[in-house]
Ligand binder design. Sequence first.
Ligand code: OAD
Length: 255
Amino acid sequence: MIRDTLIEKLQNTQHLVILTGAGVSAESGIATFRDALTGLWGNYDAESLASEFGFLADPALVWGWYEWRRSRVLRAKPNSAHHTIAQLAKQLPKLTLITQNVDDLHERAGSSNVLHLHGSLHQPRCLICEEPYTFPDEAFPGNAIDQKSRIKPPRCHLCDGPIRPGVVWFGERLPAKTWQQAQEACHHCDLMMVIGTSGVVWPVAQLPYLADQEGISIVQINPVITSLNAIATYNLHGKAGEILPQLYAAAFDKA
Ligand code: OAD
């Protein structure tokens, strides 16, 4: 049940901030991290796969795992949550989209200027000199890759260092400019939606609290209760791919 006050608020919003997490891509078949049974961190060791320490210990294991994830993303399609967010950007005067996701499903749904706080599976770089690496054009091996494939990382064309995934690993800083832009948007928006995140990974988890301190209303969309329930003005419990289109239709589709 979507409250009338939320519909009115959305219709009158000048600057909407949307923060997304893995849950927004779940209906595209991309695994989340912490959902029971299906979450990546329930099935894989985060320490050995998502840290520089793990990469140095076994580069082929780590590169292969990220290539498996990239192959899944390339075969996935944006879902109705991604599409509705792109539509909202056309409807409202200003929308800042902040994501923790390392896939490109927001962009493929039509969103632009997405603030990727945890990097991207699609933008690897040299571990040593940070030169960006471009994946070859030929078709992705696709089915040939599974989650246990060991693949030696390519070498940097400048310094011959190993190429590492372009994601933010545990213990690493967020990209400074992107983080700054995300914080500013949360201070200055007039409505914030937090969609499909468990809200446990800092510093990103602090963003809704910045908005809350400014007295900005927060809408949470998530099938389960999270710590954000305590500060969200509107808690919409359900799947993003179902709730977002309903909310959009209630606010903007003419009767
Ligand atoms: P989590 O796996 O921690 O949380 C996913 C959230 O999505 C959960 O709260 C689910 O209830 C919710 N969810 C599942 N299906 C959904 C659906 N259809 N619609 C809406 N919500 C749904 O993922 P994140 O919060 O994104 O970091 O995790 C944060 C970070 O932890 C990730 O960016 C990753 C990980 O370590 C890095 O890779 C650096």
